[in-house]
Design a binder for this molecule. Structure first.
Ligand SMILES: *[C@@H]1O[C@H](CO)[C@@H](O)[C@H](O)[C@H]1NC(C)=O
Ligand SMILES: *[C@@H]1O[C@H](CO)[C@@H](O)[C@H](O)[C@H]1NC(C)=O
Ligand SMILES: *[C@@H]1O[C@H](CO)[C@@H](O)[C@H](O)[C@H]1NC(C)=O
Ligand SMILES: *[C@@H]1O[C@H](CO)[C@@H](O)[C@H](O)[C@H]1NC(C)=O
Length: 356
């Protein structure tokens, strides 16, 4: 038995733990608590604070205020996130090289002082028994909002490449509480930014094969002992079950599929909006009374939301989405939007007939 176990899984040298949630959802509090509890578990723990590592982090805020193109912002932001992961990767490969911030091919600047502080906690763990300290597993708590699955997936890929543990904690906080806590801070984030993020946030879904090690914490109130225990158990389980690197191109395929689905849904959304706006114009032209107009708007809107939700789900399951070398996105969008167009016509007919 023992031999079999030895031949199977062994403990991961490190765990990447993604903390996902709105601003002021309680991530920093959780970080402090986990870091202070880590030595008891024999872990060397540190936080990877995106806000401190990426001086331009505030550009997200500015961008929303100044109406900078979201697309541009996302591209820039993505490069910075990758630079943070490169720092972690560099450290995993050569932990002895203190604060060698990789001179990345892109122009992203990672704050060296913040990164040094981040890894000092790992190199000089204060509360650990020093004879074994250098063998103690490393715990990286990645502190950012991580509102899109694709952002978290980048971390998963890194964990998989080095056979690390990977887990996610979703801090779910009532929106009102987040907003009021945020406003209590010395440098609050504009409320619009939080509202914008709520719209985009897609929480970890443990049903997805790569997100199985995810838990939800309700952080509307204070964290309980039980919450902390769940987090410690999650990390412990992630360390005992390191990811296996893949040899084939499954990883690339999955990434492509995610990217493609996002693009299709985005374009379908735009097309549906145009259809709805045309439908409203037509209805107005037909002198549909205002209470029917409101009902029409609501029905079309609800129908669109359901339609896009199902479309995304379906796209992520569909294997053909990545089997073809060049996916004809336009055609996929058109085919999908035709379905919505049909639904739209039915809703229109019902409303116009009711009104006659
Ligand atoms: C905001 O700060 C005030 C004063 O420090 C405190 O009484 C209140 O509970 C805080 N509110 C929240 C939501 O944290
Ligand atoms: C979270 O906790 C608050 C306060 O205890 C409660 O009102 C709320 O319903 C909870 N939310 C979820 C999603 O469980
Ligand atoms: C949460 O913790 C703060 C500070 O420790 C305390 O003042 C407050 O009463 C607690 N709130 C709840 C709902 O337990
Ligand atoms: C349409 O639905 C979204 C949520 O899906 C909602 O935020 C918005 O207010 C709705 N608009 C109308 C006109 O009903």
């Amino acid at each position: 038995m023992a031999a079999e176990e030895d031949a199977g899984v062994s403990r991961a040298p490190a765990c990447l733990c993604v903390l996902c949630g709105l601003p002021a959802a309680g991530k920093s509090t959780l970080v402090r608590t986990v870091i202070s509890a880590a030595p008891q578990q024999g872990w060397r723990a540190t936080v990877v604070p995106y806000d401190d590592l990426i001086p331009e982090h505030a550009f997200q805020t500015r961008a929303v205020e100044e109406g900078v193109k979201l697309q541009e912002m996302h591209t820039e932001w993505k490069l910075h996130r990758q630079a943070v992961l490169q720092c972690i990767e560099q450290f995993l490969k050569e932990p002895q090289v203190l604060a060698d911030v990789p001179s990345s091919s892109n122009s992203c600047q990672i704050n060296t002082a913040a990164w040094e502080q981040c890894i000092r906690a790992l190199l000089q763990p204060e509360a650990l028994d020093h004879s074994h300290a250098d063998q103690a597993p490393l715990l990286f708590l990645l502190d950012d909002n991580f509102y899109y699955p694709s952002m978290r997936y980048e971390v998963y890929q890194l964990a998989r490449k080095y056979s690390l543990g990977f887990c996610q904690v979703y801090l779910h906080c009532d929106l009102e509480s987040c907003i009021s806590r945020n406003q209590n801070r010395s440098e609050p984030i504009p409320t619009e930014v939080i509202l914008e993020m709520v719209k985009r946030l897609e929480a970890p879904n443990p049903q997805n094969s790569w997100e199985t090690k995810s838990i939800l914490l309700n952080t509307t109130d204070n964290l309980s002992k039980c919450d902390i225990q769940r987090v410690m158990e999650l990390i412990s389980s992630a360390l005992s079950n390191p990811l296996r690197p893949v040899e084939d191109n499954t990883e690339q395929k999955e990434a492509d599929r995610l990217k493609c689905a996002t693009s299709v849904v985005h374009q379908a959304d735009q097309a549906c909006r145009r259809l709805i706006s045309e439908a409203m114009k037509t209805a107005r032209g037909n002198q549909v009374p205002s209470e029917h107009m409101r009902s029409l708007a609501t029905q079309l809107n609800d129908s669109k939301a359901t339609f896009l939700h199902n479309l995304r789900k379906q796209l992520l399951q569909e294997t053909s989405l990545t089997q073809e070398e060049n996916i004809d996105v336009e055609r996929v969008v058109k085919r999908a939007v035709d379905v919505f167009d049909h639904e739209k016509k039915e809703i229109m007919l019902r409303i116009i007939n009711d009104h006659k």
